[in-house]
Design a protein around this ligand. Structure first.
Ligand code: CA
Length: 225
């Protein structure tokens, strides 16, 4: 999952970025509204955390402009704690959720996870697919026989994206875009390497290769094999 954080407070940006990366998110940052709006239109983010008080262009205007041109990216707005009217304006401009400042990072994290799940139509609080259950907190995966398999950071990011999109053909480019930050050296051959790791750990039947198109994570591997 790749997030865009639009926030002008350097200290908050530094701490949130660290925390979110530890939770297995790729994080891009925009420090003002103009860059934020541009990046939100150019890159396929899974979610945006948008501060409303921004230099360059106010967050509300950024959000309004995204929605105006049909950009449906899930957005959590950061509002001033007691400003109920900011929350109302945020929802009217197309926000999906809000959080009042100052906030605890833990609360932002659960809101992000909940919104990502909702945007993929996942109702269970646990991410389950293809007989696997992903423990997002401990970044490991549980197999049908209840055994646990540890994952590296990149394996976790990749598997989470697969599990949110079972049965879909995912190109290497798309996987790269959702697993790595913008400034990462995006050699899409890396995806091949990590797919191989996942197959070694979870069984090769779970991820099918479609030559020239990409990969499919099978929701019901036994039915296809
Ligand atoms: Ca601000």
């Amino acid at each position: 999952m790749r997030l865009l954080l639009v926030e002008d407070d350097d200290l908050l940006v530094a701490s949130l970025r660290k925390e979110l990366e530890q939770q297995g998110f790729a994080v891009d940052v925009a420090l003002d509204g103009v860059d934020g709006e541009f990046m939100g239109n150019e890159e396929p983010y899974d979610l945006v955390v948008l501060d409303l008080g921004l230099p360059g262009r106010p967050g509300l205007e950024v959000l309004h402009n995204w929605r105006q041109r049909g950009n449906k990216v899930p957005v959590i707005v950061l509002t001033a704690r007691d400003a109920w009217h900011e929350r109302v304006d945020g929802f009217k401009a197309g926000a999906d959720d809000y959080l009042g400042k100052p906030f605890h990072v833990e609360e932002l994290l659960v809101r992000i996870l909940a919104l990502v799940r909702r945007s993929h139509g996942v109702v269970s609080p646990k991410l389950q697919s293809g007989g696997l259950e992903l423990d997002e907190e401990r970044q490991l995966v549980r197999l049908e026989d209840n055994s646990e398999v540890n994952l590296t950071g990149t394996e976790f990011r990749l598997l989470r994206y697969f599990m949110f999109n079972p049965g879909k053909i995912l190109s290497k480019t798309r996987l790269t875009e959702h697993v790595y930050e913008q400034d990462f050296d995006r050699d899409s051959n890396l995806i091949e390497v990590y797919v191989r790791h996942l197959r070694d750990k979870l069984g090769s039947e779970r991820i099918e290769t479609r030559r020239g198109q990409g990969y499919i994570f099978l929701a019901r591997p036994d039915e296809f094999s």
